[in-house]
Design a protein around this ligand. Structure first.
Ligand SMILES: NC(=O)c1ccc[n+]([C@@H]2O[C@H](COP(=O)([O-])OP(=O)(O)OC[C@H]3O[C@@H](n4cnc5c(N)ncnc54)[C@H](O)[C@@H]3O)[C@@H](O)[C@H]2O)c1
Length: 281
């Protein structure tokens, strides 16, 4: 028994060889990343951090003007980025996106499925079209992009990393977002299923669940909710976080950057909450 333990330990150290430094493990030089919805909000912060870590970043967004602006900001800082107009709910667009990654930067190593919408509506008043649109962008869009990227990653044979944006709302619903919460619950299940299928190709698939993160869109949604609930216009809910503050887009971006790096090589099928303790309240 003792002999077996020693063999396992010696084996582990010799397989590891010389350990890479943390700086090397976090370095994304030579990697190509796609960030969907990477023009604004959390996606913009993710694009900036991945570029800072050395990745060439393809910003895939339906808002091409904003995507070009973000790509320009990255290039101005010395990074590598391009913008591609993409509607993630459109299969043809997602296939073109992967072709663009190959023709522009030579392949695809990291996919961040961040594009998402969250228009509030009570379930009983929700139209079929509202339900379909949220599911089409948040859940089907995640599937379409992941499928197209995974095919290319498998063909290239070098593994890869897929990170999907879920939400704390999938675990603790905020209310008036049943379509959104269902879509993000679907993203979590899809993440686990895909991780199981793609492990054999050394492609990891993980999900990040942010709590409340003020962005232009989330501020507009909060104002809309105040209207629906008939609350005073200046009603400002306290941050739902045991840390006493809302999250920032960069709080999420730093964790996505970690999951995109070799620091997270042995993580797959995981759901990482980045919510300042939202789920504890
Ligand atoms: N902000 C929050 O509080 C919060 C909390 C939990 C989860 N999330 C998730 O994080 C992600 C980003 O949220 P955000 O607050 O930064 O949103 P945002 O609206 O600020 O940014 C979303 C980006 O996606 C793009 N987009 C929208 N529809 C698209 C489509 N069909 N195809 C391609 N791009 C499209 C938009 O143009 C925009 O650039 C979403 O998936 C959201 O559900 C956000």
């Amino acid at each position: 028994m003792q002999y077996m333990m020693v063999t396992i330990l010696v084996g582990a150290y010799s397989i590891g060889g010389i350990m890479e430094s943390i700086a090397q493990l976090m370095n994304l030089e030579g990697k190509v990343a796609i960030v969907t919805g990477g023009a604004l909000g959390i996606g913009e912060a993710i694009s900036m951090r991945l570029a800072e870590a050395g990745a060439s970043v393809l910003i895939a967004d339906i808002n091409i003007e904003a995507a070009k602006r973000t790509a320009g900001n990255i290039v101005e800082k010395g990074g590598k980025a391009e913008a591609v107009k993409t509607d993630v709910s459109n299969a043809n667009d997602t296939q073109q996106l992967i072709k663009a990654a190959v023709s522009t930067f030579g392949g695809i190593d990291i996919l961040v499925n961040n594009a998402g919408i969250y228009p509030p509506s009570p379930a009983v008043n929700m139209s079929e079209a509202q339900w379909d649109k949220v599911l089409a962008i948040n859940l089907k869009g995640t599937f379409l992009c992941a499928q197209a990227a995974a095919k290319e990653m498998i063909k290239a044979g070098g593994g890869g990393k897929i990170i999907n944006l879920a939400s704390a709302g999938a675990t603790v619903p905020t209310g008036m977002m049943s379509h959104y919460d269902a879509s993000k619950g679907g993203v979590i299940s899809f993440t686990k299923s895909l991780a199981k299928e793609l492990g054999q190709f050394q492609i990891t698939v993980n999900a990040v669940a942010p709590g409340g993160v003020p962005t232009e869109s989330s501020a507009a949604v909060a104002a809309e909710m105040i209207k629906i609930l008939n609350l005073p216009k200046d009603a400002v809910p306290p941050p739902r976080s045991v840390l006493g503050r809302w999250g920032s887009p960069d709080d999420i971006a730093k964790v996505v950057c970690f999951l995109s790096s070799s620091m997270a090589d042995y993580m797959t099928g995981s759901l990482v909450s980045v919510d300042g303790g939202f789920l504890l309240m």
